[in-house]
Design a protein around this ligand. Structure first.
Ligand code: IPE
Ligand code: IPE
Ligand code: MG
Length: 236
């Protein structure tokens, strides 16, 4: 059983096109799929679930689409927060959500973080305004600050320090690296997601468009994952 599963939820736009509805309707359907996967992951005893919800590159999309996605986030928190809290789910955000993100969405996020802060069940990480390169750049700046102020010497910088300065580090309770990264919609790339953390992750790609992704498919991917041998550079 993987401890940490990360998902690149892709294909909402193509699902919308295929079904003759607006892109936003596609994102809405994607949110419904996400709700079911959170429940399933929790039931399966997965400890960390990370979803890629909005990348630092997604700002290139139309104002209408971007605004709509953040409105959906407000809707999601409004309808789901009580149940998430009841189920002892702890919400975290990976990314600079206070930058550029509309005020209503920031307020919803703050409410979700505060409400679930003391929970110790499934940790649900939402990668929002997330980009791995931005994350690594921020970590480098933090470490430069430590060396400039004489707290450590540059020769003393370790991999652990870099990991701790990422969003997945100290700020969010030191999340272990993802064991498995799933991407839907047939695309086989990381798109600036968890570049450092994915060093030894397993990958699973499916042609299913995200809104059509079901808890059953999730479970079968996890089952297949559990048959894989991981070596981390060592020998079997
Ligand atoms: C993923 O679906 C959701 C976000 C990136 C916010 P897309 O909107 O990328 O869907 P496609 O790739 O256009 O089908
Ligand atoms: C990655 O999907 C980001 C999210 C799922 C939030 P994109 O659809 O933005 O990625 P590219 O542009 O196809 O690589
Ligand atoms: Mg896409």
């Amino acid at each position: 059983m993987p401890r940490h599963v990360a998902i690149i939820m892709d294909g909402n736009g193509r699902w919308a096109k295929k079904n003759g509805v607006s892109r936003l309707a596609g994102h809405n359907q994607g949110m419904l799929a996400m709700k079911e996967i959170i429940k399933k992951a929790d039931m399966m005893g997965i400890k960390y679930l990370t979803v890629y919800a909005f990348s630092t590159e997604n700002w290139k999309r139309s104002q209408e689409e971007v605004g709509g996605i953040f409105n959906l986030l407000v809707k999601f928190v409004g309808s789901e927060l009580a149940e998430l809290d009841e189920n002892n789910v702890k919400v975290h955000i990976l990314g600079e959500y206070r930058e550029k993100v509309p005020g209503a969405a920031v307020a919803s996020i703050d409410r979700a973080l505060e409400t679930t802060a003391d929970n110790d069940g499934l940790q649900f990480n939402i990668a929002l305004n997330y980009g791995s390169r931005a994350e690594i750049t921020r970590a480098v700046k933090r470490i430069c600050h430590l060396t400039e102020s004489g707290v450590i010497k540059s020769e003393e910088v370790t991999e652990e320090m870099i990991a701790m300065a990422l969003y997945t580090g100290n700020d969010n309770g030191n999340i272990p690296d993802p064991d498995l990264i799933i991407r839907t919609s047939g695309e086989e790339r990381l798109s600036n997601f968890l570049l450092w953390q994915a060093a030894y992750s397993e990958f699973a790609f499916t042609d299913t468009l995200w809104p059509d992704f079901t808890p059953e498919e999730f479970e079968s991917i996890i089952e297949e994952f559990s048959t894989r041998g991981r070596r981390f550079g060592g020998r079997i």
